[in-house]
Design a protein around this ligand. Structure first.
Ligand code: HEC
Length: 423
C-alpha cells in the first residue's frame, strides 16, 4: 500500500480499525527495508568475519552449520526438524532428507543436507532480515541478504510485515503438502491436535494427540496416520540418517517455544512499523491520547498468554532444550524467571513472555512502548477484567509484576503500584 493511501486510511477509519488495514510497503521511506543498513546479529557477524575477528569453520557434511550456530549463539538443543516441502529449498526436503531449524531469541537458522544455510534474523527496527550462506569453503564467508524471500515471508501469515512463518499441514510420504486436508498457522493459541503436520516431534505428550511424525497415505481419512507410533518418539534415529545431523531430536518443547516466539516477533515488528507510519503522518498527539488501540491490546494479550491453549497433561522434551533455555534467566532474588517452564497445564510457569527482554521490544519507538506498558499495567494490575482474562490469576499477575520489577530495566514508575489500582 502506498503512503498516501495509509494517510487516507488513518484519517478515515481512526485508530481502532487501522490495524487490519495496515499493510505496509517495506520500501516506504519511513522503513526503507531494502536500503537501510541493519544491526541484526547476522549483519554484525558478517562485519566481524570481514574484519577477521571471527572465522567460520567448514566441517564435513554440515559445512558451516555448527560454526554458524556457535558464532550466533544458537543452541543445538533447539533443533526442530521439518519434512514437508514447504520452504525455499522445498525440492531437497522429504521425510528421508528433512530440514532442520535452530533458534534463539532473535535468529533462526535453517539447514538441509545438500542445500545452503538459510537465516532469518530479527533486526530491532527493520523486521526480519533474510540471508543465505553458501556451503562453499572460502576464506571469509558472508551471509548474503535476500529480499526475494519476502514473497512468502511478507504475507498475511506473517502479519504483513517481513516476518516468521509457522505452518502445520497434512503431508504425503514424499513430503508434498495436502493443504486441502488441513492447513494451519501455529502459535501458542493453536490446539495441539492441529500442530506439527509436516514436522518431526520428539517427546512425551501423554494423552495429547498431534499431527507430528505422521504422513497421509489414505487421503480420504487424514486422521488415520496419527497412531500411537507417531506419538511419544524418544528420538528420530531410524526415521532418517540422523548421523548426518547435529542432533537426533525435534524437541516438542523447543517447538512450542518457537511457535510462541515467532508470532511474538511479528507482533513486535508490526507495532513498531505501525507507530513509525503514524508518526510520519503526524499522529503523535493521537497516539498519546488513544494509545495504539487494538495493536497494543493484541500484543499485550499475546505477551501474557491470555488465549493460550491449555495442556491436558504433562509434556516432556528430549533434547535438553528445557534446561538450556531456562538457565538463561534473568532471575529475580527468589530465583524466579520468565523462562521457567510449567509443561503440565501451560507452556511457561509465569504468563508473561521473555521476549519483553528482547532487543526488538527495547528498540520500539517510545510511543509504542508507552502504549504497550500502559496496557500491560492495566491487565497485570487487574483493572482489566472479564472472562477472557480469567486465566491470569491474581497470584500469577502479582508474581509477574514482582519478576518484572526486579529484572526489566526501564519499567514505568507506575509499575511499583498495588494491584487493582490503575495509573
Ligand atoms: C515458498 C515460500 C517460501 C520462500 C520463498 C521462503 N520461505 Fe522461508 N519459510 C517458508 C515456510 C512455509 C516456513 C515455515 C516452516 C516450514 O513450514 O518449513 C519458512 C521458514 C523459514 C525459516 C524458519 C523461521 C520461520 O519463519 O519459521 C527460515 C530461517 C527461513 N524460512 C528462511 C528463508 C530464507 C532465507 C528465504 C529466502 C532465501 C526463504 N525462507 C524463502 C516458506 C518460504
Amino acid at each position: 500500500m502506498k503512503a498516501w493511501m495509509l494517510t487516507l486510511v488513518s484519517v478515515v477509519v481512526g485508530f481502532g480499525d487501522i490495524d487490519t488495514h495496515f499493510v505496509p510497503e517495506p520500501d516506504d521511506p519511513v522503513i526503507a527495508y531494502a536500503r537501510q543498513p541493519t544491526t541484526d546479529p547476522v549483519a554484525v557477524l558478517n562485519r566481524e568475519i570481514e574484519a577477521g575477528k571471527v572465522r567460520l569453520r567448514f566441517d564435513g557434511e554440515q559445512g558451516y552449520l555448527r560454526s554458524a550456530l556457535d558464532a550466533l549463539r544458537v543452541p543445538i538443543e533447539s533443533q526442530m526438524v521439518v519434512f514437508s516441502k514447504t520452504s525455499v529449498q522445498a525440492q531437497r526436503i522429504n521425510p528421508q532428507n528433512p530440514r532442520t531449524l535452530f533458534f534463539n531469541d532473535s535468529v533462526v537458522i535453517g539447514w538441509v543436507r545438500g542445500g545452503f544455510i538459510e537465516v532469518a534474523a530479527q533486526d530491532p527496527r527493520q523486521g526480519v532480515i533474510f540471508y543465505v550462506l553458501d556451503q562453499t569453503p572460502v576464506e571469509k564467508p558472508q551471509f548474503m541478504r535476500h529480499n526475494d524471500c519476502l514473497t512468502c515471508h511478507n504475507s498475511s501469515n506473517a502479519m504483513n510485515v517481513p516476518g516468521m512463518l509457522v505452518r502445520s499441514q497434512f503431508t504425503a510420504p514424499n513430503g508434498t503438502t495436502m493443504p486441502w486436508l488441513g492447513n494451519y498457522v501455529s502459535d501458542h493459541r493453536s490446539p495441539l491436535s492441529e500442530r506439527w503436520g509436516g514436522w518431526y516431534v520428539t517427546g512425551k505428550t501423554g494423552a495429547i494427540r498431534h499431527m507430528g511424525n505422521a504422513v497421509v497415505t489414505n487421503g480420504s481419512n487424514p486422521e488415520s496416520p496419527v497412531i500411537d507410533q507417531t506419538l511419544h518418539l524418544a528420538s528420530l534415529a531410524g526415521r532418517f540418517d540422523t548421523n548426518a545431523y547435529l542432533s537426533e531430536y525435534s524437541d516438542i518443547v523447543a517447538l512450542m517455544v518457537f511457535e510462541h516466539q515467532m508470532h511474538m516477533m511479528n507482533l513486535l515488528t508490526r507495532i513498531g512499523w505501525q507507530t513509525r507510519f503514524l508518526l510520519r503522518n503526524g499522529n503523535a498527539h493521537d497516539i498519546k491520547m488513544n494509545g495504539l488501540g487494538d495493536s497494543a491490546k493484541d500484543l499485550v494479550d499475546y505477551m501474557l498468554f491470555v488465549d493460550e491453549e491449555p495442556l491436558l497433561n504433562k509434556v516432556e522434551g528430549t533434547s535438553g532444550f528445557v534446561e538450556k533455555f531456562s538457565d538463561e534467566g534473568p532471575r529475580d532474588k527468589r530465583g524466579r524467571s520468565l523462562r521457567q517452564f510449567d509443561l503440565e497445564h501451560y507452556l511457561m510457569r509465569y504468563p508473561c513472555s521473555y521476549m519483553i527482554y528482547s532487543e526488538a521490544f527495547e528498540a520500539l519507538p517510545s510511543e509504542a512502548k508507552d502504549a504497550v506498558y500502559h496496557r500491560l499495567w492495566l491487565v497485570l494490575s487487574g483493572a482489566v477484567t472479564g472472562a477472557k482474562y480469567a486465566r491470569l490469576s491474581r497470584t500469577d499477575r502479582q508474581v509477574v509484576l514482582e519478576i518484572l520489577r526486579e529484572t526489566k530495566k526501564g519499567l514505568p514508575d507506575y509499575f511499583a503500584g498495588d494491584l487493582t489500582v490503575s495509573p
